[in-house]
Design a protein around this ligand. Structure first.
Ligand code: FPP
Ligand code: MG
Length: 540
């Protein structure tokens, strides 16, 4: 039998539900395969559409789509491929529908589509069903990364280990590791030093193999990095420390000269152990920043469960964040690439700068008169903070992945990675700032409306300020007076603040997508394209 929920799902990918009330699936001859309709609709209206269908097929013909105005409203017709993947199975003979297979696609007729859709937009939306899902594409790698990451977090102190692991145990979409892996996959093979990097990943002693990334560079009793999951550690403080005779350095094998090669993607797609480790490192830094952030924001909830400070207290939470940073730094140094160390270390400072900017921002504005200059300055600070707090880790993480794949200075690949990550990250945060106004705890896994309560004026409020000058006073006093938060929400609601913030997010996401044109075609590139849509629609 036709799966009606699949039909509904298909429709909702084409248009937003309020604009549609009925979907029917027809053969090219106009026979009803099945239909789905809202409870308020009678079957009569469906029959009328069936009656129309054979004629409108002709019009749908060449372009594959037609809009018809009738007494029932606007009708959208769209051909649908009958594939096992979309779950559309023919109705049984008892249902009165046709049983034969179709050489032409089935027709999906959506009734009362009040919005006109451009063909290109529609095509982009419908073809997205056949494109790789970014998370699904790398799910096995992401799952493995998360499991193995826990091995990096052991310590001599069980409570410290428990807090450090706490946020990793609750599901997140691992957007930052995903970006690292997708950019690795979309560019490996292109960089001038790729062959050397690949060789190091395969050759014992060249420090690029997965096992070597777990081995300390310094002697264990110097590092004193006690981790029960790692092979070497030391715990002995029983006596005074004597001079340990130096051991001879193991000479690494000679590195072959990189053969000149035209830039071609590695086939089959290959992820280097260093890139997989980098994906873990960026997630560790992200989680470290969340541990600190939940203390600063006095947050009780994260990812739908009690926050780390709510469970373990502020002091231990801060220390666990620092511990994660330490472990991430050691793992970073073992990647053996100083450009990558520099990039990722600078992300840590960016995160702190972003947080400080957020704390300072409002006090700088305190008492300021509302004028164009103040407004402009607020936008500059807001976007800068957005980059530092959110986009920097995505941009530099993606760039570092490409560096680890052997991209040299002067090659475009790492520039694409950085620019993409920067735009995507800003779009992501802008949408996050919208969701803080629009979504509730069930969707966010944390209370909505938190920004205003924390005194923060994000995109929607800053745009609303342009339309409602009284917002300036509220921003200046950090929404502190009784009723300020409610008034600010109302001003935002009565403004185009949310809409304009979304437009800004779309502009950044579109730019990210455009940048991908520099890369050769691959599944990873398509997944990165899909990500630019998902980040705005937030369909994960
Ligand atoms: C979440 O913001 C927080 C961040 C993206 C970064 C926070 C950075 C620090 C606390 C600086 C310290 C950094 C390190 C690496 C220790 P949010 O509060 O807007 O989002 P939320 O609603 O998810 O909490
Ligand atoms: Mg927070």
């Amino acid at each position: 039998m036709l799966n009606l929920s699949t039909l509904h799902k298909l429709l909702s990918q084409v248009l937003e539900p309020p604009h549609l009330h009925t979907a029917v699936l027809l053969t090219p001859e106009g026979q009803l395969v099945s239909y789905a309709t809202g409870p308020a609709r009678s079957k009569d209206s469906v029959r009328v559409v069936v009656g129309l269908s054979a004629e409108v097929w002709q019009e749908a013909g060449e372009q594959g789509i037609a809009f018809i105005d009738s007494e029932l409203g606007r009708i959208l017709i769209l051909p649908v491929e009958e594939t096992a993947a979309n779950g559309i199975v023919e109705a049984s003979p008892e249902s009165g529908a046709s049983e034969r297979s179709h050489d032409k696609p089935l027709m999906l007729v959506a009734l009362n589509s009040t919005d006109v859709i451009e063909w290109d937009d529609l095509e982009a939306k419908t073809t997205s069903r056949n494109r790789p899902d970014p998370h699904a594409l790398l799910k096995p790698e992401l799952d493995l990364l998360r499991d193995r990451l826990l091995n990096l977090l052991g310590s001599a102190h069980p409570t410290l280990t428990e807090i450090a692991k706490y946020y990793f145990l609750h599901p997140s979409k691992q957007l930052r590791p995903l970006l690292v892996l997708l950019f690795s996959s979309a560019t490996n093979g292109l960089g001038a030093h790729w062959e050397q990097k690949k060789w190091a990943a395969e050759c014992e002693g060249a420090r690029g193999r997965a096992e070597e990334l777990d081995q300390p560079l310094s002697r264990p009793d110097v590092l004193n990095d006690w981790n029960p999951s790692m092979p070497d550690h030391t715990t002995s403080f029983a006596s005074v420390f004597s001079l340990v005779p130096p051991t001879a350095r193991v000479r690494p094998p000679a590195r072959p000269l990189a053969p000149a090669h035209p830039p071609t993607l590695a086939a089959p797609a290959l992820l280097l152990p260093t890139q997989l480790r980098l994906a873990q490192i960026v997630e560790m830094i992200h989680v470290a920043s969340l541990l600190h952030d939940d203390v600063i924001d006095d947050a009780n909830l994260r990812r739908g469960v009690a926050s780390a400070p709510a469970v373990f207290g502020n002091k231990l939470t801060i220390l666990a964040g620092d511990f994660l940073l330490g472990r991430a730094s050691a793992a970073l140094s073992r990647l053996g690439d100083s450009e990558v160390v520099e990039l990722i270390a600078s992300v840590i400072t960016n995160l702190v700068e972003g947080e400080i900017l957020q704390l300072n921002k409002v006090s700088q504005e305190s008492g300021a008169l509302v004028d164009a200059r103040v407004g402009r300055e607020s936008w500059n600070v807001y976007l800068k903070k957005t980059y530092l707090k959110t986009a920097s880790l995505m941009a530099k993480g993606a760039r570092a992945a490409v560096v680890l794949g052997g991209s040299r200075q002067g090659e475009v690949w790492k520039e694409v990675a950085y620019a993409y990550g920067r735009n995507l990250g800003i779009a992501f945060q802008l949408v996050d700032d919208i969701l803080d106004y629009e979504a509730g705890e069930a969707t966010l896994g944390k209370p909505g409306g938190a920004d205003l309560r924390l005194g923060l004026a994000t995109g929607p409020a800053l745009y609303a300020w342009e339309e409602h000058p009284e917002m300036g006073q509220l921003i200046a006093r950090k929404f502190e007076n009784a009723g300020d938060v409610e008034l600010a929400r109302d001003l935002v609601r009565r403004s185009s603040g949310v809409e304009r913030t979304r437009e800004l997010a779309i502009a950044h996401a579109s730019k990210a997508r455009e940048l991908l044109e520099h890369l050769p075609d691959s599944d990873a590139k398509t997944a990165l394209e899909v990500l630019t849509e998902r980040v705005v629609e937030r369909t994960w």
